[in-house]
Design a protein around this ligand. Structure first.
Ligand code: TSJ
Length: 660
């Protein structure tokens, strides 16, 4: 998300007569943001909406990191107004040397006027830091800034994307209090989909920031419902060490040894921190951050960590003859099986690469992390021989399992090569082979499978009904997946193979559609499949091949004599809306049919509502959806009772809405 040079694009603006000079300046400054919001905050959907809060909070966190602020208060107020306060120095309010207005006003009305004014500014700047305030202002219906500084309270209000009638003014005495408070309402003209915040989404991100910035205290409250205020204090003196512990607790993992390994180092203006711990699962959870921004696609810092980890464990194993002369080296996958790790680097300037800017590109970050981890982890192992032995044993077990899996895979491949076509017997294939057209519907149960077979377009839609008992992928390794009755047909039908052997060029269908019922079993099947794709065929998700079909829940029909009109409803609200509309028309008998499952629809209905590319609605699964499924799966399938109970209690509302 680069905002470089945007304010230099010439914009021709015809000033309204009533605007004075400062306002024209504001228009020139912020107009591009309102014209193309996506360029600044990614989207105007829920993701972009939540991004506004992060932008403001990031500024307060910078003040905390600079050592001038100890507490940040974040409130969601009635009407989905956001209020962020800190007890820092307060944004400078003096007249800006070149702009001639208050420096704070500059921050809010001119693009790219962030952080770096007055004094030294901040060392660490990532993403939109410092730029964010004006972007948030541009996209707000209104925004109020209060600065407590030099014994006075300074205040300014902006409206309709950064316009103001009055300059910054003193509205009272502050005494010794200092700090900055920002209150804003996202503009519904921009965020047309929704301006309602999701507490859990904000909580997750704020907690992450509290972990990444050890010692920062964030008090987060949802005060929208005065009768039911939720509040959480996020304050972790242990920083990313506690982040690792938190992940283990949420997922219900047992740690291999009790202590989180924490490594850190500095070079020039850069810092690197790593916290890691192994657990009793077989999953790898490595998350990396650069200047507090989650690098979902890794990058140089993450590569440095992985290289160092593999190298150090192999060297240690050789040195103490735990890995024997004639034994293969441990691979990266071996050493990372069952690991939870957080990597956090802070650099003067971050370069983010890739389509979604999710990968760190700075070449200097690799040796920074690699050298630090090599040196400090070797030292740790030498100092902790007991832990070192446990880790080595765990990774050698992983290596053995992987070798066994490879053998099982080769046997499976030989076997499948022998039975002629090698496509699963349950698959009803389509005629076309062109993956820009072909679709595979994975359907729950034989009965729905039968309907789907009749409904489909035989030219480009294939149907694979799933059946058999669910496998606990959490505990099963790749070798087990290869002999699993439920998942093998999926693997065979897709043609790509899995894990290290995955090859997207062999994919037989461009779209893979999960079509399951809107009940608990359907939810389980979806979670299982998404978890499976997330762990073993992740590229299908990042490549956008996976979809979830949206069958209707109701048919609302009205009969008047021989004439029948009907509409399909995908939610209870829609059902009620259509019913009301029909009722309003007066005469006729209204009939509401509820579909308990796909099997209850006839093929024509299934085609027109759910499978016809011209009319259907499908959800494309993104990596966040799949990661969430993975987490849900770990909780539901793991052997810890507590996290499962928590999950079911938290999601009780959702489960109640389902049909048992
Ligand atoms: F950016 C913002 F307006 F969105 C925002 C900024 C929002 C919030 C909630 C807090 C802040 C903010 C900014 N808190 N503290 C500061 N500090 C400064 O801007 C500041 C103060 C003093 C000096 C100095 O050198 O004296 C320098 C800076 C950058």
């Amino acid at each position: 998300m680069s905002t470089e040079n945007i304010n230099e694009i010439p914009e021709t603006i015809t000033p309204d007569a009533e605007y004075d000079e400062t306002q024209i300046q504001v228009l020139e400054g912020l107009d591009p943001v309102r014209k193309r919001p996506g360029m600044y905050i990614g989207s105007t959907g829920p993701k972009g909406l939540h991004h506004l809060v992060y932008e403001i909070v990031d500024n307060a966190i910078d003040e905390a990191l600079a050592g001038f602020c100890t507490e940040i208060i974040v409130n969601i107020l009635p009407g989905d107004v956001i209020e962020v306060s800190d007890n820092g120095r307060g944004i400078p309010i003096g007249i800006h040397p070149t702009e001639g207005i208050s420096a704070a006003t500059v921050v809010y009305t001119i693009l790219h006027a962030g952080g770096k004014f007055g004094g030294g500014g901040y060392k660490v700047a990532g993403g939109l830091h410092g730029v964010g305030a004006s972007v948030v202002n541009a996209l707000s219906e209104w925004l109020e800034l209060t600065v407590y500084k030099d014994g006075e309270i300074h205040f300014q209000r902006f409206e309709n994307g950064g316009h103001y009638d009055e300059e910054m003014k003193v509205i009272g005495k502050a005494g010794s209090r200092t700090g900055t408070t920002v209150k804003f309402k996202a503009d519904p003209l921009i965020f047309t989909e929704t301006t309602v915040y999701d507490y859990e989404v904000l909580l997750k991100r704020l907690r992450e920031q509290a972990f990444l910035n050890a010692g920062v205290r964030i008090v987060f409250s949802d005060k929208r419902d005065e009768e039911n205020i939720q509040s959480e204090v996020l304050h972790y003196e242990g920083g990313i060490r506690q982040f690792v512990e938190h992940i283990h607790n949420v997922k219900g993992y047992d740690p291999l040894s009790n202590e989180v390994i924490y490594l850190s180092g500095k070079k020039d203006d850069m810092t690197a921190e790593v916290a890691l711990m192994w657990n009793d699962s077989y999953n790898e959870d490595v998350r990396s951050f650069a200047n507090n921004i989650h690098t979902t696609d890794g990058g140089t810092h993450e590569n440095g960590f992985k290289n160092a980890l593999t190298k150090v464990l192999n060297e240690y194993g050789k040195k103490f003859n735990i890995i024997k002369e004639n034994q293969d080296k441990l691979s990266g996958d071996d050493v990372r099986e069952g690991i939870t790790a957080i990597i956090s680097v802070k650099l003067t300037d971050c370069e983010f690469e890739g389509q979604t800017k999710g990968r760190l590109g700075n070449p200097e970050a690799r040796p920074l992390v690699e050298n630090m981890v090599t040196e400090k982890l070797s030292y740790y192992l030498d100092e902790h021989p007991q832990e070192a032995r446990l880790i080595l044993e765990k990774t050698i077990n992983a290596q053995k399992a992987r070798e066994a899996a490879k053998k099982a895979r080769e046997t499976a491949r030989r076997k499948s090569a022998m039975d002629s076509a090698s496509l699963p017997g349950k698959l009803t294939d389509c005629f076309d082979k062109d993956t820009t057209l072909t679709e595979l519907y994975i359907v729950e149960g034989d009965s729905a499978g039968g309907t789907a077979k009749q409904a489909r377009s035989a030219r480009y839609q294939a149907i694979l009904p799933l059946w058999g008992k669910m496998l606990n992928v959490e505990k099963a390794r790749l070798d087990k997946v290869y002999t699993n009755e439920k998942l093998m047909p999926v693997v065979a039908a897709l043609g790509t193979s899995i894990g290290d052997d995955f090859n997207i060029n062999k994919l037989r269908y461009g779209k893979i559609v999960i079509m399951s019922d809107a009940d608990v079993d359907g939810y389980h099947i979806r979670t299982l499949l998404l978890t499976f794709f997330f762990r073993y065929m992740r590229e299908l998700i990042t490549n956008g091949n996976i979809y979830i079909a949206q069958p209707p829940l109701f048919k609302v029909a009205k009969r008047k004599g021989k004439k029948e009109q009907y509409r399909y409803a995908f939610s209870e609200e829609e059902r009620d809306m259509y019913t009301r509309e029909y009722e309003a028309e007066g005469d006729g008998i209204i009939n509401i049919q509820r579909y308990k499952g796909l099997g209850e629809m006839d093929p024509d209905q299934l085609w027109e509502t759910t499978m016809d590319p011209e009319r259907r609605i499908m959800l494309r699964v993104n990596i966040e959806d799949a990661a969430k499924a993975d987490e849900t799966f770990s909780i539901l399938m793991g052997d810890k009772v507590e996290p499962r109970k928590d999950f079911i209690e938290k999601n009780a509302g959702y489960v109640q809405n389902l049909d048992f």
